[in-house]
Design a protein around this ligand. Structure first.
Ligand SMILES: NC(=O)c1ccc[n+]([C@@H]2O[C@H](COP(=O)([O-])OP(=O)(O)OC[C@H]3O[C@@H](n4cnc5c(N)ncnc54)[C@H](O)[C@@H]3O)[C@@H](O)[C@H]2O)c1
Length: 291
């Protein structure tokens, strides 16, 4: 596996994040097993990856004729057993503890003893997820940012029992994707990135709820005043408001900090099915994105 051909990897859950990770892995030469429980999600991801590869070819990331070769490295499936031969699985299913532990236990029974179990979780304890397996030393976080083919860094949170060797292997995998791994030494809720990001969304939502300023003006000040590339409401819609709510709720529960109480407006939008760009509406409307 070391220094030779790019190793085969699995991606479980091919939604917003998983589809991007599949594209990234395939275009850097890795054979990929792309698995989801939903056929609809697989079909959507297939379109996303095809378009993504064409876009990258158009930007000269690789010759246009290679796009088909990259795509051909991907095996799409609803069957978890198809992961049996991979060296590492990156799990990217819903941000909830119980389903993640369930798939970790199932994968532990399927994968070769030396295979890594990696998770794209935004906030959930790596140590807790590892406790569902008999290989806690081989479980580690690989937290990509959205969209995965574009963002440069990947957060690598280690659990209490993650071995140094596993961290090195996870870093090598991220490097083989052309990305920069950044190791987080302690398994804290939200790791580093979401301890910055979620307060920004919480503050913006509270300012909006209190009528301090409109969402457009808050986004404008954050972008044109502070100089951030994206406003908090735009970012929430981009990430997915369900994901933002799950992360905030998890950090709130784990830290017991009233500060992280999920804003009411976030809950209401999620209950109304306004999850952001992926559903055509969130804080803002995205008519052309609606399917
Ligand atoms: N959205 C973001 O910006 C972002 C950024 C970094 C990390 N993450 C994390 O990545 C993970 C996925 O988030 P997302 O935004 O891609 O979610 P998503 O809802 O877009 O996709 C989740 C996918 O997982 C599938 N799925 C759910 N349960 C499954 C199961 N048991 N077996 C197989 N497939 C299953 C769903 O069908 C769906 O296709 C979460 O842990 C999230 O916190 C998200």
């Amino acid at each position: 596996m070391d220094g030779g051909d790019p190793q085969p990897i699995g991606v479980l859950g091919v939604g917003t994040m998983g589809a991007g990770i599949v594209q990234l892995a395939a275009q850097t030469g890795h054979p990929v097993v792309a698995c989801d429980q939903s056929v609809e999600a697989l079909e959507k991801a297939q379109r996303y990856v095809r378009e993504g590869l064409s876009r990258f070819a158009a930007r000269d990331a690789f010759p246009a004729e290679e796009a088909d070769e990259h795509y051909a490295r991907i095996h799409w499936t609803v069957n978890l057993e198809a992961m049996a031969g991979v060296d590492a699985v990156i799990e990217a299913i819903v941000e909830k503890v119980a389903p993640k532990k369930e798939v970790f236990a199932a994968l532990d029974a399927i994968l070769a003893p030396d295979a890594l179990l990696l998770t794209n979780t935004s906030s959930i304890s790596i140590t807790d997820l590892a406790s569902a397996t008999n290989r806690p030393d081989k479980v580690c976080g690989t937290h990509f940012f959205t969209p995965p083919p574009v963002r440069e860094a990947v957060e690598v949170p280690r659990g209490l029992l993650t071995s140094d060797e596993t961290v090195e292997r996870a870093k090598a995998l991220i490097t083989s994707f052309g990305k920069l791994p950044v190791v987080v030494n302690k398994d804290v809720p939200g790791f580093v990135a979401n301890r910055f990001l979620m307060p920004m969304i919480i503050e913006a939502a509270r300012l909006l709820e209190e009528g301090v300023a409109s969402k457009e003006d808050i986004d404008l000040l954050v972008k044109k005043g502070i100089g951030f590339p994206i406003g908090p409401f735009e970012l929430g819609d981009f990430i997915g408001l369900d994901v933002a709510l799950d992360v905030t709720a998890y950090v709130h529960e784990e830290l017991g900090e009233p500060y992280y109480t999920p804003p009411r407006i976030l809950k209401e939008l999620v209950r109304a099915g306004r999850l952001g760009q992926k559903t055509g509406a969130g804080f803002y409307e995205y008519p052309e994105e609606t399917e």
